[in-house]
Design a protein around this ligand. Structure first.
Ligand code: 4AD
Length: 478
């Protein structure tokens, strides 16, 4: 299993036993009586303190022990003399694996702005904030797999390269091996995709749902968890061009079952983080409190752990789109013309409307259902009124939409009708439509944007800070 990690060493009782610690220097401090090196290996937010005596090592060696350098320290694990930690390492030997010239190493032991850290995404995992986020991200991903595994779901790997636009929004990245300077043409002058790698147009997937449904029609309960791509030019704090989506799909689930699953699922994975990421969450909570100090009282956020516990402990509010519109029409900002976008039945709710409902009106997560069919995808099951569909969006405070899902249209003729209505060529979806011909079943599913979940749990404010290497318009550097 390799060398002991700092996380484990910090929990070991000190008996002067010999230990080896490997990690990156966070700080070095020299006093009259001792030299203190704080080392971190990313296994925990906490550093281990290693202590040497003045004169024990040459000035030349010590000059290479600077913030960012990588060391192997051997020594004895002893009870700490200082108050900040229970144990420390009395150094016998130092091996410098790699130096980090202080003149050029951009991370110094001081607060850097998140914007600056985004420019050095190759190094930002070495900061407390980003290592905490990455550990929480890992824990949440693990909790997702555990939740579904325990619930009898199967992890289905849906393709990254697809020929269909599942969401019908046309925001896809093209995949091609054609020479862009010498495109093959048909007799009519169009690009001849028959000569392309797949013999047809292909794209990066915008959702694993359609293939997920094929899995659910055989295994009953599946989930996907994979990279998802959207070429929407949204330069917002909630959108990425490459993100990870979790999409469960369940045969024999109706809308109500779908909502129950979605609510239980998010609550359980957040609970997992509350139990297993205490140190990191505490660190982020303090970080937020520090930021809030400069804000007026009424703009300060609820402490992170309190916010997460609140979501876990309280039922989400459930209402229909139509009811939500009624609330918005009666709202103060609508009456005082404070909303930027108009409110009325049929509108696609904008984030200001969603935030009003969640943050001002209900003050808790909300599940909105039964949206007008015109603003939702073709695969959603039509309600009896013929106007709305069995859609459900889960809206979170500070985030907006975190989950989008629905009961699916299982009737072949109705689905074919919708496919044509929205202008999709049924030929392209023949395999999807066939599930409705052969043993169709009521079924439902949803998609959770993983980064939006990580955003909520970490309390960060920009989605670019909760994925190791964000992809967004004009940025694919790292
Ligand atoms: O609402 P969406 O578009 O739903 C689907 O893709 C369905 N196929 C899901 C399903 O029913 N299986 O996206 C689902 C979620 C959103 O609620 C949001 O959390 C996230 O995916 N999402 C994004 N996250 C980051 N960046 C983007 N550009 C996102 N677009 C959607």
């Amino acid at each position: 299993m390799g060398p002991l990690q700092i996380k484990n060493i910090l929990q070991t009782s000190p008996e002067n036993q010999s230990v080896t610690v490997k990690g990156w220097v966070r700080t070095k401090r020299e006093s009259k009586n001792a030299i203190f090196i704080a080392l971190n290996d990313g296994s925990t937010i906490h550093n281990i303190q290693a202590v040497a005596e003045p004169g024990q090592f040459s000035a030349e060696l010590l000059s290479t022990v600077t913030t960012g350098s990588c060391l192997k320290i051997t020594g004895q694990l002893v009870e700490s003399q200082g108050s900040g930690q229970a144990v420390e390492v009395k150094i016998d030997d130092i091996l410098v694996y790699g130096t980090a010239d202080p003149e050029s190493f951009p991370l110094q032991p001081k607060k850097h702005s998140l914007e600056f850290l985004r420019e050095i995404a190759h190094l930002r995992p070495r900061t407390n904030t980003f290592s905490a986020i990455l550990r929480i991200r890992h824990a949440l991903a693990f909790a997702v797999h555990q939740y579904f595994n325990d619930g009898g779901f199967f992890y289905l790997h849906t393709p990254v390269i697809t020929a269909s636009d599942a969401e019908g929004a046309g925001e896809m990245f093209r995949v091609t091996t054609l020479d862009l300077n010498k495109l093959p043409r048909t007799e009519e002058g169009a690009i001849n995709f028959k000569e392309d790698f797949f013999g047809r147009e292909a794209n990066l997937t915008v959702s694993g749902q359609l293939e997920g449904e094929l899995g659910a029609m055989a295994l009953s309960k599946i989930y996907t968890f994979g990279p998802t791509f959207r070429a929407e030019n949204s330069n917002t704090t909630r959108h990425l061009a490459e993100f990870w989506m979790i999409e469960p799909e369940m045969a024999f689930f109706e809308l109500e079952d779908n909502m129950n699953l979605a609510e239980d699922f998010v609550k359980k994975v957040i609970t997992y983080a509350l139990i297993h990421c205490k140190d990191d969450l505490n660190f982020l909570q303090n970080r937020l409190a520090e930021e809030d100090k400069n804000k007026p009282q009424n703009e300060r956020s609820i402490p992170l752990l309190e916010k997460l516990s609140f979501v876990v402990d309280n039922p989400f509010e459930r209402l229909t789109y139509t009811e939500a519109i009624e609330i918005l029409l009666k709202s103060k900002p609508h009456k005082e013309k404070k909303f930027q976008y108009p409110v009325g039945w049929g509108i696609d709710l904008s984030s200001e409307h969603e935030r009003y409902l969640v943050e001002k009106h209900f003050k808790k997560p909300v599940i909105l259902t039964n949206y007008p069919k015109e603003i939702k995808s073709f695969y959603m099951k039509l309600d009896e009124d013929g106007k709305t569909v069995r859609a459900m969006d889960v809206l979170f405070p500070g985030i907006g939409e975190i989950i989008g899902g629905s009961q699916r249209e299982e009737d072949y003729d109705k689905l074919l009708g919708r496919v044509k209505e929205v202008g999709i060529d049924p030929e392209n979806l023949w395999w999807y439509l066939e599930t409705r011909k052969f043993g169709t079943a009521p079924h439902s599913g949803f998609g959770l944007g993983f980064e939006r979940l990580v955003l909520f749990v970490t309390g960060m404010s920009n989605i670019r800070d909760v994925i190791p290497f964000p992809r967004y318009p004009k940025s694919a550097e790292f």
